[in-house]
Design a binder for this molecule. Structure first.
Ligand SMILES: [Fe+2]
Length: 231
């Protein structure tokens, strides 16, 4: 299983507070069946440029790797916050997940304007990147569904959070959107051992229970392919 969205790198954002907590999170995720974790610390263009972010991220990652004894695969990415003009950000491609070309993009939780939708379509046209919308479940009730259909048509892929599949009120919708191919990636979006702990194993349990093992295998295979892990 791949966890596509985590804040497990120590002391980098509002996620893990220490190397010790990061190691606990990795072990917890592994015990839930995760073999590949994508670290996606928040990137806000207001806080500095891409190269200083990458430098900080690599420093945090190096500290973690010194202490991490698990055989879980850790890949680096970012949760890039949208802002008007992001499509012109130099070095945007350096924020991609590993060398997959996939860029995890976080949108504001307010109604999106036509300008924003248009810019998302511009991002989708970038030749070297493929946009993955972070926790799409957060926006479903804010935008008309046609907005998502339009974005999917432009080539944007959707990531959902594990809670979407666990919450009694959203579970049915989540399974329906997964089954019809709307949701391509699943993430725990974990921030800590106590605050927003990972529940991705439970979400996969719900999925397997309702959609079957073959579906889960297919879903995982797709994820590995998109990460270019099948080479
Ligand atoms: Fe996040």
């Amino acid at each position: 299983m791949i966890d596509w969205h985590t804040h497990i790198l120590p002391q980098l954002d509002d996620g893990s507070k220490s190397v010790k907590e990061s190691v606990l999170l990795i072990n917890d995720l592994q015990s839930q069946g995760v073999d590949t974790i994508i670290a996606t610390p928040h990137f806000y263009a207001n806080d500095g440029d891409v190269s200083s972010f990458i430098k900080r991220r690599n420093g945090s990652f190096a500290k973690l790797q010194n202490a991490n004894n698990s055989d879980v695969r850790l890949l680096l990415g970012a949760e890039v916050r949208y802002y008007p003009g992001i499509s012109r950000l130099e070095d945007l491609d350096k924020l991609q997940i590993d060398d997959s070309g996939l860029l995890l993009l976080e949108m504001p939780t307010a109604k999106w304007t036509e300008y924003m939708l248009h810019e998302l379509e511009q991002l989708a046209l970038l030749p070297n990147l493929k946009i993955v919308m972070a926790h799409v479940d957060r926006y479903l009730k804010i935008q008309p569904f046609q907005v998502f259909e339009r974005l999917i048509e432009s080539g944007i892929l959707m990531q959902a959070n594990a809670e979407f599949f666990i919450d009694f009120f959203s579970k049915r919708k989540a399974l329906q959107l997964l089954q019809n191919g709307f949701i391509r990636f699943l993430g725990s979006d974990c921030h800590g051992i106590k605050i927003r702990p990972p529940v991705i194993g439970k979400a996969f349990g719900v999925i397997e229970n309702k959609l079957g093992t073959d579906f889960v295998n297919y879903f995982n295979e797709y994820g590995r392919y998109m990460l270019k892990l099948n080479k």
